[in-house]
Design a protein around this ligand. Structure first.
Ligand SMILES: [Zn+2]
Length: 400
């Protein structure tokens, strides 16, 4: 994919120490990892599914967007020797000014006030006491990943942040998201580092409505979303949502039917993502990476496996290598199977790091079943049809 040689370029350092950012002995800087233990203190509490009034006798269970998802992913990276081979990038809390690149001052103030008691920041968006600080640290984590990359400390970065961001709208939280981390990081790249054009690719199983809203009228940011059709939020992510005004054509939605799987996603990359991205030629690539398209996710039905996530990561690295000097920031979004999503996240990070010395390949926990599933090998007829529908619309703006 035109990537720089990886193995010799990833810095190794004594266990437990930070990588020396000035070390260019390998010729290519390493891959950054943003993680902060405080992400695990974002409390989502207990929950019932949807309408609380309708289920008066069911006891609540831990909220699906709990800390284990990100925490277990970090532990997997540690145990496999991957995080030791990465450049640790410290998160910092996003300031009001950075958040206001998308969010309204009223909303920022409301989250701050709500943080004193805990509550709901929007449509089903739990915020524990002190949660504003952690949400700012998530947005600032994505910003720190951009900083590290734009100053050549790292060649790419994974921001393993929490809470997620892509549903958050300008004036309200939504879908477990407080601040829109990817949007704030993208605007930071433009304002602080003079980046011109960016591709934001969102492969979370849900539609990145906040991100789409932020960039709908902006031709400098191409928003491209692959998601399960008609899932969440209702009314968002149809292939006919193409952006508006000067941004028309710079929003590309690829709604896919349940069960699309590795093979269908690959086809989406071949038919739509790669040709559109190549023509747009971004200077920086951001991936909103929700691993809730996985085969065992409680909130999605897309049957992706670790192999599918490795594949998509490789494709995105290739796209970044073509026009963006490899600059790729992957920002954690959803992913709700605590037994499986962390493996998908680790597979993505492992792919970013490449075959570095001392890194153990993380096995596919679903075993041979992952490759024996038909959606891992075959393009379903309904997925094929959905892709053709999307292509028909996208063709109005891009050569496909
Ligand atoms: Zn999601």
């Amino acid at each position: 994919m035109g990537q720089p040689a990886v193995a010799g370029g990833v810095m190794s350092q004594p266990e437990g120490s930070m990588a020396d950012p000035t070390d260019r002995s390998g010729g290519v800087p390493g891959v950054g990892l943003v993680f902060d233990d405080r992400y695990l203190t974002h409390s989502t509490g207990l929950a019932l599914i949807d309408d609380r009034e309708g289920y008066p006798f069911a006891e609540p269970v831990p909220h699906v967007s709990g800390p284990a998802l990100v925490g277990r992913a970090k532990h997997l990276l540690d145990l496999a020797g991957i995080s030791d081979r990465m450049v640790r990038v410290a998160a910092y809390p996003a300031a009001d000014e950075a958040l206001a690149s998308y969010h309204t001052p009223e909303y920022i103030e409301r989250v701050g006030a709500l943080s004193a008691t805990g509550g709901d920041a929007g449509d089903g968006t739990p915020l524990g006491r002190g949660g504003d600080r952690i949400a700012r640290l998530a947005a600032g984590g994505a910003m720190a990943a951009v900083d590290a990359m734009m100053t050549d400390r790292v060649r790419a970065a994974y921001a393993l942040v929490r809470p997620p961001g892509h549903h958050a709208m300008a004036d309200r939280g939504m879908g477990y998201c407080i601040y829109n981390n990817a949007v704030v990081a993208a605007r930071h790249a433009q304002r602080a580092h003079g980046v011109d054009k960016m591709l934001v690719l969102d492969w979370d199983v849900h539609h990145g409505n906040g991100t789409q809203d932020a960039f709908a009228a902006d031709p400098t940011v191409l928003f491209l979303s692959l998601h399960q059709e008609d899932l969440y939020p209702p009314g968002w992510g149809g292939f006919d949502q193409v952006g508006r005004g000067p941004g028309e054509g710079f929003t590309v939605n690829v709604p896919l039917p349940a069960g699309t799987g590795n093979r269908g996603y690959r086809e989406a990359f071949v038919r739509i993502v790669e040709p559109v991205a190549r023509q747009f030629a971004p200077d920086l690539v951001i991936v909103s990476a929700g691993q809730d398209g996985s085969v065992v996710d409680p909130l999605g039905r897309m049957t992706l496996t670790t192999g599918g996530y490795r594949d998509m990561t490789t494709q995105m690295m290739g796209i970044a290598a073509e026009s963006a000097a490899g600059r790729l920031v992957v920002v954690q979004e959803g992913g709700y199977a605590p037994t499986y999503a962390p493996y998908c996240t680790a597979a993505i990070v492992e792919t970013l790091v490449g075959g570095a010395e001392g890194v153990e390949a993380i096995p596919e926990p679903y075993g041979a079943r992952a490759t024996s599933m038909p959606p891992s090998r075959e393009l379903g007829l309904d997925a094929d049809r959905a892709l053709e529908l999307a292509v028909t619309t996208v063709r109005r703006y891009w050569d496909l």
